[in-house]
Ligand binder design. Structure first.
Ligand code: ATP
Length: 307
């Protein structure tokens, strides 16, 4: 059902490409001022969801709205900034020219120098876009997304190809934008990115939302804890203990996954009096994601009846 508190919404949306059902009656809403991360395996439907909200595709059924309007409405489109996975940009233009051109499409654009500084590309303004590295091009695309002073930013895998420093700087810029009231829809395969930035996470698999909530709420759905320690015990022996789901050695330390951490810790200490560096860790988003999507693997996406 349409909800006025959402600034972007998919309401019972189905989208097919031929017989392939990319989105299967999906409901998705974004509230003003929040950063919503869309997670999901390859082909889950994340980019299709964004494409519908941008008016690039039309839904086969259900309704799509952007600021309460049709996403193809120019009034709605002027309020957004977009960074898609692939951008075909005129190769001969310099970065400064690209930013000026982008800003010219908007009624009250951001100063291009400010957009460039926010994206960390102020030293690239005189360079030809086509001659930049992949990571530099991504940062320029981010600067372009900021040119219109957007109220809502769509970032589709924004940090792919960026080095650690560039990624950290982009995260800082995104946090600042959200602190200033900008809403963000982010897709990412880097779970630490969602963990670092998202107010809310929506896990999509096979065109459906399979889980939704805060990072903490998703983590809490995972019963397992991770025990980490330095021990001479054999992984095969520990793996066979009751309640142990998995056991391996990483960089000289043993990692044990278990839903019964107290019992396993007692047994570890009893079995190895020389055990050190003991830590019990809660599950990360990575474990939650793996657990959530595991049951959805290998489900065919093709609808039984042709559209
Ligand atoms: N233009 C298209 N024509 C045909 N099929 C498409 C098209 N675009 C997407 N699909 C299919 O729709 C499904 C959803 O694709 P989509 O790109 O939305 O997934 P995604 O979650 O963004 O994946 P990724 O993480 O790989 O980017 C996939 O099975 C994909 O092959």
């Amino acid at each position: 059902m349409h909800n006025d508190s959402y600034i972007a919404q998919l309401d019972g949306v189905t989208k097919r490409y031929g017989q392939l059902v990319a989105l299967d009656g999906i409901d998705l809403g974004l509230r003003r001022g929040e950063l919503l991360a869309l997670l999901g395996p390859n082909g889950a439907g994340k980019s299709t969801a964004i494409g519908l909200l941008l008016g690039l595709h039309r839904a086969d059924s259900g309704s799509v709205s952007l600021f309460g309007r049709d996403p193809q409405d120019i009034e709605a489109r002027r309020r957004i900034g977009v960074m898609l996975q692939s951008a075909a940009l005129p190769p001969t233009l310099k970065v400064g020219e690209l930013l000026k051109l982008t800003a010219s499409y908007y009624p009250s654009p951001r100063d291009t120098g400010e957009a460039a500084a926010m994206a960390g590309v102020d030293d690239l303004l005189g360079r030809r876009y086509a001659a930049l590295s992949g990571g530099q091009q991504r940062r320029v695309q981010f600067a372009m997304a900021l040119c219109g002073r957007p109220e809502l930013l769509f970032l589709d895998e924004p940090t792919v190809g960026m080095d650690i420093d560039a990624r950290q700087k982009l995260w800082t810029a995104i946090r600042q934008l959200v602190a200033d009231g900008c809403s963000v829809v982010l897709t990412t395969h880097y779970l630490e990115e969602a963990e670092a930035l998202a107010d809310r996470v929506c896990v999509i698999a096979h065109g459906k939302v399979i889980s939704e909530g805060s990072v903490d709420a998703l983590r809490a759905r995972v019963a397992y804890r991770r025990i980490r320690c330095t021990t001479s015990l054999d992984t095969g022996v520990v793996a066979a203990w009751p309640g142990v789901a998995e056991c391996h050695i990483e960089q000289g330390r043993m990692f044990v996954s278990t839903a019964q951490p107290e019992n396993v810790v007692r047994r570890l200490l009893a079995a190895d009096a020389a055990l050190t560096d003991l830590e019990v860790l809660r599950a990360g988003l990575a474990e939650a994601f793996t657990e959530l999507t595991r049951d959805n693997d290998d489900v065919p996406v093709v609808e039984k009846e042709a559209a």
